[in-house]
Design a binder for this molecule. Structure first.
Ligand SMILES: [Zn+2]
Length: 491
């Protein structure tokens, strides 16, 4: 009896392993090399001077409900743009949307082709006054030294705006005329939600019946040593971004004197609800992770690809490991973050209510409704109520395709301009202006064409934000070639 059972078990195991190896085959493909190009020549010093001048203009976004909109710095920035890019301003139509958002139209020769759009933003976050003396060069100095341009907006993201301007200016000067229309849109308030900028641009284009073949906004960069088991630098192209939901959670209790506390205090109830939410997280889904690794192909290690391709079987064994990394955890689930807490006025008074804010970042596939349902089920207490904070919720974006010409041409351009880089789609964990664009385009990509090293990540919104002159030059080269690829009829 035992021998046939052993043989049967052996055969089954053999089949399972064969199936697992087969599943991996699409993950370990090698990407064929791209033809190298002769990159267009760009005057790095001139471009650095332009970026430096633009960094010196303090276009800091300010929430309308707190401070009135200060038009002056934006007007100054617009003035610089018209000085630096005279031919562009002659050839393209410029509109001001919202208060100071820029929308340029470069008309294509074939009006029946769907247009493309390049997006970034003019605004920057302020520099924390407490850290000013820690900056090597002041945050709005635009200092050019040690091979870098220093200051707010070099990484996030005046560089991307200017690189596109430089490329278009060069192309116009060369007499280039795009086949399809190109829009350039630069918001004034991305850092505070994009209500005046991107949202209005989308409304305007939608009103005009525009549907875009492709959009490129800021987003992922070229990173090294970030993706597990990958040695080569990886260009992470955001194909989707997470949604956002902040819930105000409020617990009621019986008020009174703390010398005779009754059962079920507001703070106790709230604490229990919050602990439950932290302990019982939203379910895990691996789609973004598998898309990433499928894109990486043979650039990831064999063992890693074996695991990722077979999460259907191996997930229970690797889940804990994945959850231990904050980035990985955020890529595989809607996260739950307890961010604010309020309750009580005096040490000897039982408050009648206590409140907390819990911030969720929604994975594509989850919805605001499904998260609320989860919260209701997990808290399971009728005396704990919750509601979304006003203007702080939006759904996760749709996932843009990677099997279309727009993505292939984008990938191709990245690999032409940055040899030895592997390109892969990923899920953007934060929020950008891109979330407004899916209503007018099915192909929205989030990528900033520069190399980001480990320490640079903390500089973004932090101290000593800077971009190398060489990186800035390469960004211009990238946009020059991308525009050639994206404006033709191959798209
Ligand atoms: Zn940004």
């Amino acid at each position: 009896m035992a021998v046939p059972i052993l043989i049967t078990a052996g055969v089954i195991i053999l089949f399972v392993v064969a199936f697992m190896v087969l599943r991996m085959s699409s993950f370990i493909r090698t990407v064929p090399p791209v033809e190298p190009i002769e990159p267009v020549s760009v005057d790095a010093d001139r471009v650095a001077q332009h970026l430096s001048a633009v960094i010196q203009v303090k276009t800091i976004s300010a929430a309308a409900d707190r401070e009135p909109f200060d038009r002056e710095p934006f007007a100054q920035l617009h003035q610089l743009l018209t000085e630096f890019y005279p031919q562009l301003h002659q050839q393209l139509d410029r509109e001001i949307v919202g208060n100071a958002t820029l929308l340029y139209t470069w008309r294509g020769q074939q009006p029946d082709l769907k247009p493309v759009l390049l997006v970034a933003h003019q605004d920057v976050v302020p520099a924390d006054p407490d850290t000013l003396d820690e900056w090597t060069h002041p945050p709005f100095s635009g200092e050019i030294s040690e091979g870098f341009i220093w200051g707010r907006g070099t990484l996030d993201i005046k560089s991307q705006m200017l690189a596109a301007f430089e490329a278009v200016e060069m192309m116009v000067a060369e007499g280039f005329r795009p086949e399809r229309t190109v829009y350039l849109a630069y918001g004034e308030d991305e850092e505070i939600g994009g209500q005046q900028g991107a949202k209005q641009v989308v409304a305007l284009l939608q009103e005009r019946g525009v549907h875009l073949a492709a959009v490129l906004d800021e987003g992922g960069t070229i990173v090294s040593g970030v993706v597990p088991s990958v040695q080569l630098p990886v260009a992470l192209v955001g194909t989707a971004e997470k949604g956002h939901l902040s819930l105000k959670i409020r617990a009621e209790g019986t008020p009174g004197h703390s010398s005779m506390p009754k059962q079920g205090t507001a703070i106790g109830r709230l604490a229990r609800a919050l602990t439950r939410l932290e302990d019982d997280q939203m379910p895990v889904r691996y789609q973004a992770l598998t898309d990433l690794f499928r894109g990486l192909g043979a650039a990831a290690s064999f063992s890693m690809q074996f695991v990722i391709a077979n999460l259907w079987l191996l997930a229970p064994f690797v889940r804990k490991r994945l959850e231990q990394s904050a980035e990985m955890n955020a890529s595989i689930r809607t996260t739950t973050a307890l961010t604010m807490l309020r309750g009580g006025v005096k040490d000897n008074v039982l408050p009648n209510s206590a409140e907390a804010i819990v911030n969720f970042r929604l994975l594509p596939g989850d919805s605001i409704a499904s998260v609320c349902e989860h919260v209701r089920r997990v808290i399971d207490d009728e005396q704990v109520q919750f509601e979304p904070l006003e203007n702080a919720s939006w759904e996760a974006s749709p996932v843009s395709p990677t099997d279309n010409p727009a993505f292939s041409l984008l990938t191709h351009t990245i690999r032409q301009v940055f040899p030895n880089v592997v390109v892969a789609p990923y899920l953007v964990l934060g929020a950008t202006d891109s979330r407004y664009y899916p209503v007018i385009s099915d192909a929205v990509y989030r990528f900033s064409p520069y190399v980001l090293t480990g320490s640079d990540l903390n500089r973004m919104h932090g101290i000593d934000e800077r971009l190398s002159v060489e990186s800035m030059q390469k960004m211009v080269v990238f946009f020059y070639h991308l525009l050639q690829h994206w404006t033709g009829d191959a798209l």
